[in-house]
Design a protein around this ligand. Structure first.
Ligand SMILES: Nc1ccn([C@@H]2O[C@H](COP(=O)(O)OP(=O)(O)OP(=O)(O)O)[C@@H](O)[C@H]2O)c(=O)n1
Ligand SMILES: C/C(=C\CO)CCC[C@H](C)CCC[C@H](C)CCCC(C)C
Length: 308
């Protein structure tokens, strides 16, 4: 189905929508001047009578306007969110430079806010089937930014300071890069129709992020099988990851993108949060980054319990 399929949020595509979309995907945006040429290309048996031609012309023009409107909306939304991403990193870079917040806390707040604000921005994109690809441009541009700076092809001191532990450019090619790749995956594969991407991002950004913040501050009692992690960090991850997941699901449900049976959903999300927290608490010996293991565990568990 081409970009032209205008899908209303929360409303599954109907036969009419699909046939309309299929019509558009083959003939979309035929400008009025091209219409006679366009009908000349139609097989005789489907050539439309003059009276029908006017109806079709109106349908094609209105549909083309719809497609054009959706593309404009998605382009504007993309520009807005790209600007938001730059503004977020710059803000925390300034706060760190002025010693208002310490670098470690700044990095974790960027970790928490970037993905959750990106997720929260999804409803400003259009209802068309191509909207998710426009949305994925935002993490893709940041992926490019991370690679360029990680390879020292460019030097964005603000970015490096905001997202690295020790200010080394090569650090951008691990945790931060995996992070934006997960954002791209969730936007394209799961988008607004499935709870899986929403929960996975809530756990990676909210859960894993808060574990670090709370664990560093209150994590005196360590987990028996992993002295690098603490009960305070893991319990915080479970609770905050669960709450942020439920909050995001409610946000998208209120906007009509998903419909959930909430008692069952609470149980399911609690299970996802438990599994993700357990995986995050395991000793990784630096091989598998949390920005891979946590969202992956969340996706697999969510797919098993939600089924879509
Ligand atoms: N369940 C957890 C998770 C984290 N921490 C604390 O937070 C620190 C960093 O946690 P970690 O998840 O390992 O962060 P990293 O992924 O290494 O950091 P970054 O995300 O910055 O790469 C740990 O050393 C520990 O002090 C904790 O106590 N309990
Ligand atoms: C420090 C991070 C991960 C390490 O665990 C996060 C890296 C964040 C990226 C550099 C920036 C990502 C921006 C988002 C794709 C878009 C945010 C938009 C929103 C409106 C602020």
């Amino acid at each position: 189905m081409g970009y032209g399929a205008i899908m209303s949020p929360g409303v599954p595509a109907t036969g009419t929508t699909l046939s309309h979309a299929r019509f558009l995907s083959h003939h979309v945006a035929a400008p009025a001047s091209a219409l006679p040429l366009f009908t000349a290309t139609l097989p005789k048996h489907v050539l439309i009578k003059p009276s029908g031609l006017r109806r079709t012309r109106g349908a094609v023009l209105s549909a083309a306007a719809g497609v054009g409107g959706a593309v404009l909306q998605d382009a504007a939304a993309t520009a807005l969110v790209v600007g938001g991403a730059y503004a977020l990193v710059s803000t925390f870079d300034n706060l760190t430079r002025r010693n208002i917040i310490e670098q470690t806390l700044s990095r974790k707040l960027v970790h928490i806010l970037s993905g959750l604000l990106f997720l929260a921005s999804w409803p400003i994109f259009s209802a068309s089937t191509g909207a998710r690809y426009f949305a994925s441009v935002v993490p893709s541009l940041n992926c490019l930014r991370l690679v360029m700076n990680g390879l020292s092809l460019t030097t964005d001191e603000g970015l490096i300071k905001s997202v690295s532990r020790e200010g080394k450019p090569e650090e951008l090619l691990r945790g931060p890069l995996y992070y934006v790749l997960v954002l791209i995956l969730c936007a394209i594969v799961f988008w607004r129709e499935s709870p899986v991407g929403m929960i996975s991002l809530a756990m990676m950004c909210g859960g894993d992020g808060i574990a670090d913040i709370m664990g560093r501050r209150f994590g005196s009692v360590k987990i028996p099988y992993n002295p690098q992690k603490s009960w305070a960090g893991s319990i915080s991850m479970f609770l905050f990851g669960f709450l942020v997941s439920i909050g995001m699901l409610y946000y998208f449900a209120v906007l009509g993108y998903i419909q959930l049976e909430w008692m069952q959903t609470l149980e399911r999300v609690a299970l996802v949060s438990f599994v993700a927290t357990l995986i995050e608490s395991l000793p990784t010996t630096g091989i598998v980054d949390d920005n891979i293991s946590v969202p992956l565990a969340s996706m697999v568990t969510s797919l098993l319990v939600f089924g879509y």
